[in-house]
Design a protein around this ligand. Sequence first.
Ligand code: C5P
Length: 285
Amino acid sequence: MINVTAPAKINLFLDILGRLENGFHSLFMVMQTVDLCDEITVDKGNGGISLTCSDERLPQDERNIAYKAASAFFKATGIEPNAVITVTKKIPFEAGLAGGSADAAAVIVGLNKLYGTELSTQAMCEIGLTVGSDVPFCIKGGTCIAQNRGEVLSEVKPLKECFIVIAKPEKGVSTAQAFAAADSTHIYHPDNLRMLDACSRGDFNAICKHASNVFEQVIEVVERIEIKDVMRSCGALLYQMSGSGPSVFGIFDSKEEAEKCVRELKKSYKDVFLTSPVNYGAKTI
Ligand code: C5P
């Protein structure tokens, strides 16, 4: 049996540049993996693919993205499907944290090890992209500029050690609906070049200054203002929504301030996490 850890991601930057011919949106993002992780196991069974997930609200069959990732792996490698998958959820879903994509990434990485197929990261990313736009980044991990659908990845300097508090309001957001909302309104673009410059220099303060997420212009999450207020009052250097939301993250230099922020937010919210950036994606343990 292979154990795989599947880190969540946050978006330090997210701009929608336009629409691609395939219907997806062309994006400019800065993505970061954090040490809030789902745990996945993969093993061989008696043929076919079976999946159990610790969260009963998620489908336990071929509708689950982790199952789809296994199908895509077997199709791409020509191996007869045979996998028993378990998913232990820690990352909240419909949260803007790539929880599903992280699981899919972990399944591909795990099956690559289980079957000794020795696929390159690039080859695994290509399989991953067939099931979700964020899967390639979840395989690669670290700090990356992600463009086009999100699969064109350029590594930049790792984010310096810091503390990232993540709070997820109760109600999830559908990514498809978020993109539809963005299509129906005018988006004011943030300063992509300054962010690119900050990332290529690894300038933490400049990254915090130029961070932005255009989904905040179209996704209304009432709790966002309150969460940001708490983060600001606790000393966060940056507070922003991740992906299409609704999760909000705050970045702190000081662990004590971050812990205080977690204590404050836990008074009102169930899903509050104290995390740190990591320089890896889905990996076997
Ligand atoms: O690829 P994924 O399944 O994560 O996409 C979820 C939703 O977000 C889909 O509706 C897709 O059309 C939309 N999306 C998009 N452009 C992207 C990534 C996702 O329109 N670059």
